[in-house]
Design a binder for this molecule. Structure first.
Ligand code: ADP
Ligand code: MG
Length: 778
């Protein structure tokens, strides 16, 4: 249905076709607001910009819903305000689709909206205000008119395909059809009754660019209506029976060999001009109107689909006829759809069967919405849900546009009146969502005929020939044969020449007259003949001219052949050199690659080297730092210990000094006692200072006391002068009753005891030292 197919090249049952390009375009959604009606006062829309429209709830509704509805804005590809003309709309919306059609691409354009929103006005228009449909037709014919094929050269088969037949067959076909029915002749002027009045003013006519002039074209139109999910052919010619009018027969949808949907047995009328196409369209319209009245249908509940098919095929090598090759025929189509009103059933107060029908029609719009929703979801979320195209005829017919490729556009029509607010809201939501669906962009399919420009060259050649003939022998028009014919016809028959009697004076004069006439005619004929002879001679001269020209051409051809050979040789040489250069390039390539590999290696090795050097550096500096830290620690410790030692020595010195002082004092006291007892016996004085000089070290003992280690021994000798003193001191005995004098009275003994105790390092916990060594055990 939708794909521009080349019959014959496609296998019978090809796999579901995938568009060969993966470029996609969103469905183009345009919005058009119609002006308010005269009786409608409140307006519920506002065009904000050329892409945005704003909807605001009417006052009544606001009050009802506690103002919960506020303004809502909707954006579209373009928004057309009430002042937009039909032409402006066409330029933006449909013109690109017509361009596409002419370039073998398919398009689908539909209008959507509430009843009365301007769908039909937009699609069809009114006299003087032609809508998208008549304008599209006009543009098509403006573009391809000079290149149209003769009628019946293209011939639709019954399977949605297109055949091509030669001109003779086409002519025979044409004669046959004309004798059967009264096929409308192409009107020569724009005429018709007011209904068919000019839809488009001539200054608005437009044309597609880049039309392939070396193709031949034919336009076919079909017009169908879908009502209550049944398809009716609006162009079907049925003999009208006034007594028992037959209800229209519905049609079915079929899939062609390319998996495109089409209406089986649908009439396809070949049209050769805009006017003829209009006429066919109006015929369909009329039929639709009659059926609707007869069957009491509501026309706003039917969908109408106008299909424009464009067949094109390349010309043959002479540029005269269509190439007789079915596989070269291209068919593209543009589908123009005026959908049923989108409002819900309740609004129309339909009842009974009408309600059921309305339900069905609603159903098809519902299906359309569902299909769009599923498509959108599949595309946006990457899901693969089944799109329910088959649920309604409309969507089933459009299936290929969404599944295959083509351009899809929708014009959403809105009526600004407040009454429509709620329905318009739904329309807007659907329309905005539709824009999120993407359709595969049709690929370019150039027609592959012969070298371009045949039609023009052919035409130019014919003109040139005529001109030359005129120059040489006056106008060679088609008159001569006609004159001769006329003369032959006016050749008077001989009257009866039997003389009835001697008194017959009628027959002879009549005969004479006739013979004279004949003679005259003969003379004229001779003249004509001579003239023709001249022409023949002229032709002969032309012939010999042509002959010599031909010889010349032959000669030139020979030369051309030689040149061709030369060119061929040079081409071979070029080929050889190219091969060689390719080989060298290949080698260079390999060398380049090798170099790259080596360079890569070099780089990586250098990198490694650098990183190793860096590591080394780091380790060295780390080592240096450790060294200096250790040195610092050592010096610190040394200093600390030196200080500590000094402090301790000083403390010891002080302590020892104190002890010595105490001892000194005691000794002094002792001395005093001694001198007291023996005044005359003077003792030599010993300087007390000497005792200070006794060097020693003080240690802390485990018990918490202190011990002195003497490092030097000085012996103080003294004779015992008095026994009295001994007596006095006899009270100083040990626990065993042994007197202590012998052991403790002299300093030497005491010191040696202290020394001994120090040397035995194992000082028990019970060992007490209070400045005086304990008594040694026996
Ligand atoms: P629909 O097909 O949506 O039911 P119609 O196209 O029949 O609506 O429009 C209803 C009426 O509004 C018609 O009389 C039509 O002429 C008028 N109308 C619609 N759109 C416009 C417009 N853009 N400018 C002027 N009149 C319009
Ligand atoms: Mg309508």
């Amino acid at each position: 249905f939708s794909v521009c197919n080349r019959k014959g090249k496609t296998p019978r049952r090809p796999p579901p076709k995938k568009p060969s390009n993966n470029q996609k375009d969103p469905v183009g959604v345009y919005c058009r607001a119609r002006p308010l009606g005269e009786e409608d006062e409140e307006c519920c829309i506002e065009v904000i910009s050329n892409t945005t429209i704003q909807l605001h709830a009417p006052d009544g509704l606001k009050a009802n819903r506690n103002g919960e509805f506020k303004e809502t804005q909707y954006s579209f590809k373009k928004v057309f305000g009430i002042k937009t003309t039909q032409m402006e709309l066409f330029e933006d919306v449909a013109k690109p689709l017509v361009e596409d059609l002419i370039h073998c691409k398919n398009g689908l354009l539909f209008t959507y909206g509430v009843t009365g929103s301007g769908k039909t006005y937009t699609m069809t228009g009114s006299p003087g205000q032609g809508g998208l449909l008549p304008r599209s037709l006009d543009m098509i014919f403006n573009s391809i008119s000079p290149y149209q094929a003769k009628r019946y050269v293209f011939k639709p088969d019954d399977k949605n395909g297109m055949e091509v037949q030669n001109q003779v067959d086409a002519l025979l076909d044409r004669q046959k059809r004309e004798s059967q029915t009264s096929v409308p002749k192409t009107p020569t002027t724009r005429r018709f009754d007011p209904e068919f009045a000019d839809m488009i003013s001539p200054e608005e006519a437009c044309k597609a660019s880049g039309v392939d002039e070396d193709s031949s074209y034919s336009v076919f139109v079909s017009y169908i209506e879908i009502y209550n999910n049944y398809i009716y052919d609006l162009l079907e010619e049925t003999p009208f029976d006034p007594i028992k009018p037959k209800p229209p027969q519905s049609k079915i949808l079929r899939e062609d060999q390319n998996h495109n949907m089409y209406v089986a047995g649908c009439t396809e009328v070949e049209v050769k001009s805009t006017e003829e196409a209009f006429e066919v369209f109006w015929r369909g319209q009329k039929k639709r109107r009659i059926a609707n009245t007869q069957l009491n249908r509501e026309s706003s509940r039917s969908h109408s689909v106008f299909i424009i098919k464009l067949a094109q095929a390349p010309l043959d090598a002479d540029g005269d006829n269509v190439l007789q090759d079915k596989s070269q025929v291209n068919v593209s189509q543009l589908c123009l759809v005026d959908l049923a009103g989108s409002e819900r059933t309740s609004r129309t107060r339909a009842e009974g069967s009408r309600l059921r029908e309305a339900g069905n029609i609603n159903q098809s719009l519902m299906t359309l919405r569902t299909c769009i929703e599923v498509l959108r979801e599949n595309q946006m979320c990457g899901t693969n849900k089944m799109v329910p195209y088959r649920d309604s005829k409309v969507t089933h017919l459009f299936k290929n546009y969404f599944d295959g490729e083509g351009k899809v556009r929708m014009v959403v029509c809105v009526n600004p009146k407040a009454d429509d607010y709620e329905e318009t809201l739904l329309v807007m939501r659907f329309a905005e969502m539709t824009q999120e669906v993407e359709v595969a962009r049709p690929v370019d399919r150039p027609i592959c005929g012969f070298a371009a420009g045949r039609r023009q060259r052919n035409q130019a050649f014919k003109e040139e020939l005529t001109r030359r003939l005129e120059d040489r022998g006056g106008p060679v028009d088609g008159d001569s044969p006609t004159v001769l014919n006329q003369l032959l016809q006016s050749f008077p028959p001989l009257p009866p020449c039997e003389i009835s009697g001697p008194n017959d004076n009628v027959t002879l004069p009549r005969l004479i007259e006739a013979l004279e006439k004949r003679h005259k005619v003969r003379q004229m004929m001779v003249e004509e003949y001579n003239k023709t002879g001249k022409i023949i001679t002229l032709f002969r001269t032309q012939d010999s001219n042509l002959l010599s020209k031909e010889n010349f051409i032959q000669e030139q051809r020979g030369r051309l052949g030689e040149k061709d050979k030369m060119i061929q040789n040079q081409k071979n040489e070029i080929d050889r050199l190219e091969k060689k250069s390719k080989m060298l390039e290949y080698k260079i390539d390999i060398l380049q690659k090798t170099t790259n590999i080596y360079e890569e290696d070099k780089r990586s090795l250098q990198q490694e080297l650098e990183s190793r050097e860096q590591r080394l550096q780091r380790e060295m500096s780390e080592k240096r730092r450790m060294e200096s830290r250790m040195q610092g620690i050592v010096t610190d410790a040394k200093l600390k210990w030196e200080k500590e030692c000094e402090r301790r020595v000083n403390a010891k010195q002080l302590e020892m000094q104190n002890k010595l002082w105490v001892k000194d004092e005691k000794l002094k006291q002792l001395k005093a006692i001694v001198t007291e007892g023996k005044t005359e016996n003077q003792q030599p004085k010993r300087p007390s200072r000497e005792k200070d000089k006794v060097p020693g070290e003080v240690f802390k003992t485990r018990g918490g006391g202190q011990a002195v280690q003497f490092t030097d021994i000085e012996t103080l000798k003294q004779e015992n002068p008095l026994a009295a003193s001994r007596k006095r001191r006899s009270s100083e005995t040990g626990p065993d009753g042994e007197p202590m004098e012998g052991n403790w009275t002299d300093v030497e003994t005491r010191c040696s005891v202290a020394l001994e105790m120090r040397a035995g390092s194992n000082l028990g916990p019970g060992y007490q030292h209070h400045g005086y060594p304990k008594r040694r055990k026996p």
